[in-house]
Design a protein around this ligand. Structure first.
Ligand SMILES: Nc1ncnc2c1ncn2[C@@H]1O[C@H](COP(=O)(O)OP(=O)(O)O)[C@@H](O)[C@H]1O
Ligand SMILES: [Mg+2]
Length: 235
């Protein structure tokens, strides 16, 4: 399938229509942003890494019974996906304290949580993706109670599958972000991407950060970290 009309350019990807109205091409860019796009840069070959990692992970999740938008990887930077209406919440799942949770509650990074923590963040950069709860989501009609239950169920399942998978690659899954959408206006499926842009991954032995925090915090060797995750995941 070929790219037809360009429809959206986001911070990390571009979307194109295809000849099928229910199918899009998602193109992964090297552009990197942080802190609600106040920090901007590029990470060499990030688009290629994230495309291949997303392919691998979506395929694994489909096998575990989680429906995703992934259809097929077309080339280095493009994948074919089912077109959805994105539910405007980012689902954050945390296993270890880091990032926003460390800041919100003045906690040290690295504290192992007694259970996974699921958070909803309203997807709006201007508002800095504020933390909201189930009642906000339902009261504002962002999702129905039934949809929330499905999203929760899938999110915990994704966490269990990915924790195990990354552990086998000597990586700790600290936290990650998911986006869901309604395919053909109803069926809830996992969309967007799963990559070091959207997951915090630490080396199990050294606790070295191998994700976008290297870019956010100017830790150096950003491109190398993404390549290392790809190398391990493909091994
Ligand atoms: N299958 C899909 N159908 C429609 N939109 C999608 C799909 N998967 C992801 N998206 C949306 O496409 C955009 C992807 O580009 P990205 O660069 O991540 O954007 P953003 O800057 O909004 O994070 C996001 O807004 C995401 O919600
Ligand atoms: Mg995005």
């Amino acid at each position: 399938m070929e790219k037809r009309k360009f429809i959206y350019e986001g911070k990390a990807k571009r979307l194109y229509e295809t000849d099928d109205q229910d199918i899009l091409i998602q193109e992964f860019k090297d552009d990197a942003t942080a802190f609600d796009a106040t920090k901007r840069g590029t990470i060499g070959n990030k688009g290629i890494v994230n495309n291949k990692l997303s392919e691998k992970i979506f395929t694994l999740l489909e096998k575990k019974g989680i429906p995703t938008h992934f259809i097929k990887r077309l080339n280095d930077r493009d994948m074919l996906v089912k077109r959805v209406k994105i539910v405007p919440i980012e689902v954050t799942m945390r296993n270890i304290v880091a990032g926003g949770m460390a800041k919100l509650l003045a906690l040290d990074e690295g504290i192992i949580l007694k259970k996974p923590v699921l958070e909803w963040h309203y997807k709006e950069d201007k508002l800095h993706d504020p933390l909201i709860n189930d009642d906000h989501v339902m009261a504002l009609g962002i999702a129905t109670p039934k949809e929330l239950e499905i999203i929760k169920k899938y999110s915990y399942k994704v966490n269990e599958a990915l924790k195990k998978f990354f552990d086998s690659k000597n990586l700790i899954l600290v936290d990650f972000k998911l986006e869901f959408g309604r395919y053909k206006g109803k069926t809830m499926i996992l969309a967007d991407e799963i990559s070091p842009d959207t997951c915090r991954l630490w080396d199990k032995t050294t606790k070295e950060k191998l994700d976008k925090d290297r870019f956010r915090r100017d830790l150096g060797n950003v491109e190398e970290a993404y390549q290392e995750v790809l190398r391990r995941v493909m091994a």
